[in-house]
Design a protein around this ligand. Structure first.
Ligand code: GDP
Ligand code: GDP
Ligand code: MG
Length: 302
């Protein structure tokens, strides 16, 4: 299956329940009017696009309809696609120009950190980069084992300590490993810390201090993983993380498991942080670099 087909398949639920309705509205109305805009607004809100962003989108659509003197629903549909694509924000890849560079992966339990790490490692490896993983979620032995299994699948080395050991010391050793073995990218898995638990946030800043000291000048991405199934709650969760961490990108997982994929449209607007990867399934190649044009096309294409 091609990348685009996988994306379309992964977005099926969102597409069918929500954007399918958007398309059928444009078909049902013979002319473009205020009633049509109201129906569109309802559907976008129901797809977890977010109330404010939906209003913004509908206002822009209304303006565009006036400016371009649009009277055909199909033209209005294309204008809406353009506006949505614009609202999603720019495509931004990972900024990993130093060698080694670091990716620190954070987020609450169960959102998909560990599996996304393996998938990102797999992507980077395919690009010819030498990758090492650090099992800094030392809270449970199962978390370390899980990362190890996925490291095996991606065929990349892993630095680990025993359960309960200091995550910062795992990171310290992983930094040494990356330096000594000429690795291009070190990816660090962390525990599902809760933003309101001060000790967990302290742990994260300790990890950051170790990275800064051991790999000074290294490019660093801090990716926050969010579960799309939780819809607008993911946005509130992210806002808490933003307060304490310098997040450079979002990984939005489980888009295949929800009809609320509209959340992606509010992420950049609400948080000011670009979505860098999207997860559309549980397999190794089910994580894709986010591309706003492909994403919009996958949602709207019949
Ligand atoms: P962590 O606790 O944040 O490290 O989360 P895990 O990486 O262990 O993932 C939790 C569960 O979510 C696992 O069963 C993953 O297979 C699943 N998962 C992660 N990403 C996706 C995705 O994009 N789609 C689907 N359907 N499941 C996913
Ligand atoms: P601080 O917590 O920011 O004051 O930094 P520390 O100097 O105490 O070190 C931070 C972490 O790095 C600690 O948790 C140590 O476990 C770890 N660390 C420091 N030096 C070493 C070392 O030589 N070997 C290993 N394995 N870990 C180290
Ligand atoms: Mg995990």
């Amino acid at each position: 299956m091609s990348f685009f087909d996988k994306l379309k398949q992964g977005l099926k639920k969102t597409k069918e329940s929500i954007f399918g309705q958007v398309n059928s509205i444009f078909k049902a109305f013979v002319k473009v009017d205020e009633e049509m805009l109201e129906e569109l607004e309802e559907i976008l809100i129901a797809s977890d696009v977010g109330v404010n962003i939906t209003e913004e989108i509908i206002d822009k659509l209304r303006d565009t309809i006036k400016e371009r003197r649009i009277s055909e629903p199909e033209e209005a549909r294309l204008a809406l696609m353009e506006i949505i694509e614009e609202s999603i924000g720019e495509n931004e890849g990972l900024n990993l120009n130093t060698s080694p560079a670091v990716i620190l992966v954070i987020g609450v339990n169960g959102v998909g950190k560990t599996t996304s790490i393996a998938k990102i490692a797999n992507c980077l490896k395919k690009e010819g980069k030498k990758v090492v993983l650090a099992a800094a979620d030392t809270f449970r032995a199962a978390a370390i084992d899980q990362l190890e299994i996925w490291a095996g699948r991606a065929d990349v080395p892993i630095v680990k300590h025993d359960e309960g050991s200091d995550p910062a010391s795992v990171v310290f050793d992983a930094c040494s490993y990356a330096k000594n073995h000429g690795c291009d990218v070190l990816i660090i898995d962390t525990a599902g810390r809760l933003h309101n638990k001060k000790n967990l946030m302290d742990e994260l800043s300790k990890i950051s201090r170790v990275i800064d000291r051991e790999l000074p000048g290294a490019d660093k991405e801090t990716l926050l993983v969010l579960d799309a199934v939780t819809g607008q709650n993911a946005i509130s969760q992210a806002k808490e993380f933003v307060k304490t961490s310098d997040i450079t990108g979002i990984v939005l997982t489980k888009l295949d498991g929800t009809a609320k994929g509209g959340i992606i449209i509010s992420v950049k607007k609400e948080l000011g942080i670009p979505v860098k990867f999207i997860g559309v399934g549980e397999q190794m190649d089910d994580l894709q670099k986010f591309d706003k044009a492909e994403f919009t096309k996958a949602l709207f294409e019949e």
